[in-house]
Design a protein around this ligand. Structure first.
Ligand SMILES: *Cc1c(COP(=O)(O)O)cnc(C)c1O
Length: 468
């Protein structure tokens, strides 16, 4: 399998190069040259597979020539071995023909573990084969840092440095990062705010000599491998809910569009999905797009579902490329317009194709809180602020009540305990593997919000670790 860029101006790459490259050199995102196809008979055979065997079957066509079936099987077994419970992704029945897919049983209690736990291990595998090492540097406002750290901890060929604004992330968020004591994990509490952290990281990537010396990398949200790992649970849930004999629908609380695009990829590969519903909070750029056919960014609002507080959905480019019949020049025109003017519009024909598979709804914090309260009252089932928006969107927008609707629960309620408590009256407890989080030892260093201080600290640390 070879990979092409959505912008049509970058070389075709093999799987391992796509993994390490992230963004294509023409500014585009990588996609497989063709979608592997699964027949109805093959889908029926997958129904009885374990999560690990299903993941091997779905992902192998994307990595063959670079990673063998045995190697892939070992990596996937290790990846999902750290999840709690045998089911990996339990499907829970809620209402009539309505299901919740629990994607929060990984180490950091959010669905991003499905992709990042896999990404960390496959990075390490490819780096070892190539005999190279990588230094990951990232900034976090609280949420993504812990998923990246858990993904990279104890990997032989990766050192990871995560900057967070000192005193400005919640105790749970800080502790999920700083109580990882692995030698290759380095937390930095920076004096300043999140923008100061992000600007420092941008400065490091712009410093070419430094970037090359330490082989700087990012655990990028647009990396193809994250989409690839996320496709698996659409097959898993779809088959449990009745496919391939019946079509299924999915509802996804959406930010960067990576999660829902993975579902669209599963549909392209043969899984019969009749509808996607996307849910947004007050940051509703995608809902406005569905309503008007015009993509226009606005300022970002802080909401009770912070992982969806985004201005632009970067993975939407992949979906657009598909709906444009893979026409790179039409895509380039839209992206150029967006860059120049902050907006672009699409044709009526494009919108008709989009509305054939997708619908969406927005919920403000009060509406999300009501959904959490009602779901607890009606079903004695606790959901988090993000999952609530997906469930609400499914109910508001489903086209056919006879088709099973699977709502993706993207975070554990205990990840956002205050909002969940306020909405339901119930304080969600952390699962047992994290219940001693507040007693654990922390390891991090405080640095001034100063580029040279951070750069010097990273160089010294790498030297002490014998990595520079
Ligand atoms: C990242 C995240 C989302 C949004 O997912 P995208 O792939 O960016 O659309 C939704 N919910 C939670 C809990 C998240 O962490």
């Amino acid at each position: 399998m070879k990979y092409i860029s959505t912008r049509g101006n970058a070389p075709k790459l093999a799987f391992d190069d796509v993994l390490l490259t992230g963004l294509a050199h023409d500014g585009g995102l990588y996609l497989p040259e063709t979608w592997p196809q699964f027949s109805t008979a093959q889908l029926a055979d997958m129904k009885t597979m374990s999560y690990v065997d299903l993941a091997v079957t779905v992902m192998l066509p994307f990595v063959d020539e670079v990673i063998s079936r045995d190697e892939l099987h070992q990596i996937i077994k290790d990846t999902y071995g750290v999840f709690v419970g045998d089911d990996i992704a339990p499907l829970v029945k809620l209402g009539d023909n309505e299901f919740v897919l629990e994607l929060f049983h990984g180490p950091t209690l959010a669905f991003k573990d499905f992709a990042l736990q896999f990404l960390g291990r496959i990075f390490d595998h490819v780096l070892a084969k190539r005999k190279t090492k990588l230094t990951i540097v990232g900034a976090t406002s609280g949420d993504t840092g812990s998923a990246a750290i858990e993904a990279c901890r104890d990997r032989d060929n990766i050192e990871i440095f995560i900057l967070h604004p000192s005193g400005k992330v919640s105790d749970v968020q800080r502790r999920q990062m700083t109580t990882v004591l692995s030698d290759n994990v380095h937390n930095i509490a920076l004096t300043g705010n999140f923008d100061d952290c992000q600007n420092t990281v941008k400065g490091l990537f712009a410093d070419e000599a430094f970037r090359d010396a330490v082989n700087l990398g990012a655990v990028n949200s647009i990396n193809w491998v994250r989409i690839m790992a996320q496709m698996v649970y659409y097959f898993w849930a779809g088959l449990k809910a009745g496919a391939p004999e019946t079509a299924v629908a999915f509802s996804v609380p959406t930010g960067n569009f990576g999660n829902v695009f993975a579902g669209y990829a599963a549909k392209q590969m043969g899984l019969p999905i009749s509808q996607f519903v996307i849910g947004s909070n007050a940051n509703d750029i995608l809902i406005r797009f569905i309503e008007t056919g015009r993509m226009q960014s606005k300022e970002v609002f802080a909401t009770s579902s912070p992982s969806m507080d985004i201005q632009i959905s970067s993975n939407f480019e992949r979906f657009m490329f598909e709906l444009l019949g893979r026409d790179s020049s039409a895509l380039n025109n839209a992206m150029q317009e967006f860059k120049d003017s902050g907006h672009f519009s699409v044709t009526d024909a494009f919108m008709a194709r989009l509305k054939d598979v997708m619908d969406g709804e927005r919920f403000d914090d009060a509406a999300a809180a009501k959904l959490i309260g009602d779901t607890y009252k009606d079903y004695h089932y606790l959901i988090d602020t993000h999952s609530a928006i997906g469930i609400g969107a499914a109910r508001a927008r489903r086209w056919d009540k006879n088709i099973p609707m699977v709502c993706l629960a993207t975070a554990h309620p205990a990840k956002f305990p205050d909002a969940v408590k306020a909405a339901s009256g119930i304080y969600p407890e952390l699962p047992s593997h994290l219940s001693d989080l507040y007693e654990r030892e922390e390891k991090y260093c405080e640095l001034p919000g100063n580029f040279d201080a951070v750069k010097g600290h990273i160089e010294t640390t790498l030297q002490e670790r014998g990595k520079l």
